[in-house]
Design a protein around this ligand. Structure first.
Ligand code: AIR
Length: 208
């Protein structure tokens, strides 16, 4: 096993279900990573130690996720010139608005690349870290291209399925109840798609 090139840090073990999304993406691209808990408030010495030694240990990108007064990514960024990706976590009564502002609002000079809130942000952090690594690793760059093609194909397949369901009411009934299918999940939303007046094919967008 080769040495980790991405470090994933989170403020608490309660952030793990979110931050696992970043790890899953790195795994998908075959990128070695390490993961630990470090809090800018509860374990500041550990954060300092990690930030100041990461580069010499071979880490190329750091992903930092925290909720509430989320200073983790900013504090790490202040101690290293490695790119730092921040993931604001919606774990507070303010539903992450506090973490979002604390992570994104870095003063000029010390950037944190801030992702969206929660799971989508953690997933994007994994992809973005891969994109940074890919600038000097053609193997990862090619895997990212395949990932995009597969994502496009996946959406097209869902769109085709939706066309079939909306065009044929008898199929609609059976497909809609199949658990886990997009049709089942979007059952109520599908009703907002209506056929063009006088035509048999569905309109190309929601009517609402
Ligand atoms: N946190 C921990 N130390 C500093 C901060 N900002 C954050 C964690 C977590 C939240 O506080 O990132 O999202 C709540 O942590 P806990 O351990 O109380 O569940």
């Amino acid at each position: 096993m080769s040495k980790p090139v991405v470090g994933i840090l989170m403020g608490s073990d309660s952030d793990l279900p979110i931050m696992q999304e970043a790890a899953a993406m790195l795994q998908e691209f075959g990128i070695e990573y390490e993961m630990t808990i470090a809090s800018a408030h509860r374990t500041p010495k550990k954060v300092l130690e990690y930030s100041t030694t990461a580069e010499r240990r071979g880490i190329k990108v750091i992903i930092a996720g925290a909720g509430w007064a989320a200073h983790l990514a900013g504090v790490i960024a202040s101690q290293t010139t490695l790119p730092v990706i921040g993931v604001p976590i919606d774990s507070s009564p303010l539903k992450g608005l506090d973490a979002l502002l604390a992570t994104v609002q870095m003063p000029g000079g010390v950037p944190v690349a801030t992702m969206s809130l929660g799971k989508a942000g953690a997933k994007n952090a994994g992809v973005f870290a891969a994109q940074i690594i890919a600038t000097s690793d053609v193997k990862i760059a090619n895997r990212l291209k395949v990932y995009r093609v597969e994502m496009e194909r996946d959406v097209e397949e869902k769109a085709k399925r939706l066309m079939v369901i909306t065009a044929a009411p008898e199929i609609k009934e059976t497909a809609a109840v199949e658990p886990g299918t997009p049709a089942a999940k979007k059952k109520s939303r599908r009703r907002r798609w209506k056929k063009k007046p006088g035509g048999s094919s569905p309109a190309q967008g929601p009517t609402a």
